[in-house]
Write a protein that binds this ligand. Structure first.
Ligand code: FAD
Length: 282
């Protein structure tokens, strides 16, 4: 089975802050990492390829430094990597990003048809979860989102069976291939690469594909192909801490008294609510 895994390099969001004056991301000195969902996607892809005697190609669209995220996935066992990097891709929104990525997948399909594309559910910086569905719709692949486990792949029947998370629980779906799945963080746990895996990943050559190498109209990619724009970005206002009540043995009685006083003052309907077992009459 020929598998493509789409990965994105993102700033380590645990370190990113928003400048309160300008409402822009303060990226200086912030480490770049492979999107955590995409490490899960790569591990999944490698497992499926191992079972189906297939191949995994990891691809990313990004700046030259995004190569390091590709190497992380090569260390997890991916066979090949491709970096899409060109000024023509810059300023892409999710529509233009998925146009470039699906054109790259079509190019990979020319030598051996791609049966499965695996994406993370979302990128931890952009967070839209639109790129995977955008690629699936362009390629005409079946889309299975929020996958929490791969139950089975059957090359002879050309199907795969996955468990998806739904709002109310989970469901198991069998789908015809080709398909695109987006994976949740708990789908598999990426392993720690061994030393030989790390060495092999560093030695691997990673080709860089430019926009001209893809069969995609210039107006569909980058800023030109992006109908949306980010107007502003801001952190939610910080909440003030609530009152703190001393629950030690000596202070407990006084704390309960002050808590009740506060509740009766701030929430006048609370006695009636408690008397009704938490059910409101309104
Ligand atoms: P999601 O849709 O949440 O990602 C889901 C999954 O899709 C990921 O887990 C991964 O598997 C895959 N995926 C997402 N992005 C990529 C990728 N690049 N390569 C491979 N796989 C991927 N961002 C910039 O870095 N530079 C810019 O100049 C820039 N300009 C922008 C301009 C506009 C007008 C807008 C609206 C956005 C811009 N962005 C830019 C953000 C960029 O559009 C998004 O980061 C990108 O489209 C992916 O969306 P997302 O981050 O929400 O990913």
């Amino acid at each position: 089975m020929n598998i493509v895994c789409c990965i994105k390099q993102v700033p380590d969001t645990a370190q990113v802050r928003i400048d309160p004056e300008t409402n822009t991301l303060m990226r200086a000195g912030v480490e770049s990492i492979c999107n955590p969902y995409d490490l899960v996607a790569a591990e999944c892809a490698v497992k499926i390829a191992h079972e189906s005697k297939g191949r995994v190609t990891v691809i990313t669209m990004g700046i030259p430094q995004a190569e390091s995220a590709l190497r992380e996935c090569l260390a997890l066992g991916a066979d090949d990597a491709v970096l899409l990097s060109d000024r023509a891709f810059a300023g892409a929104d999710t529509l233009a990003t998925s146009a470039a990525l699906s054109a790259a997948i079509s190019r990979i399909s020319e030598s051996d048809p791609v049966s499965l594309v695996i994406c993370g559910k979302q990128a931890v910086d952009g967070d839209t979860a639109q790129t995977g569905p955008g690629i699936a719709s362009r390629l005409g692949y079946t889309l299975l989102t929020n996958v929490i486990s791969i139950e089975k792949t059957d090359s002879s029947k050309n199907t795969m069976t996955v468990r998806r998370e739904t709002g109310a629980g989970s469901e198991i779906i069998e789908s015809k291939l080709p398909a695109l799945i987006t994976v949740e963080l708990n789908c598999v746990e990426p392993h720690y690469p061994s030393l030989p895996e790390l060495v092999a990943s560093v030695r691997k050559e990673i080709p860089v594909w430019t926009a001209e190498m893809l069969n995609v109209a210039p107006g569909k990619i980058g800023l030109k192909g992006s109908p949306t724009s980010v107007k502003t970005i801001f952190a939610p206002p910080q909440r003030k801490g609530g009152p703190v009540f001393d629950c030690s043995e000596s202070g407990a009685a006084e704390s309960v008294r002050s808590l009740l006083k506060k509740l009766l003052k701030d929430e006048p309907g609370i006695v009636e609510l408690a008397a009704n077992g938490g059910k409101s009459n309104a």
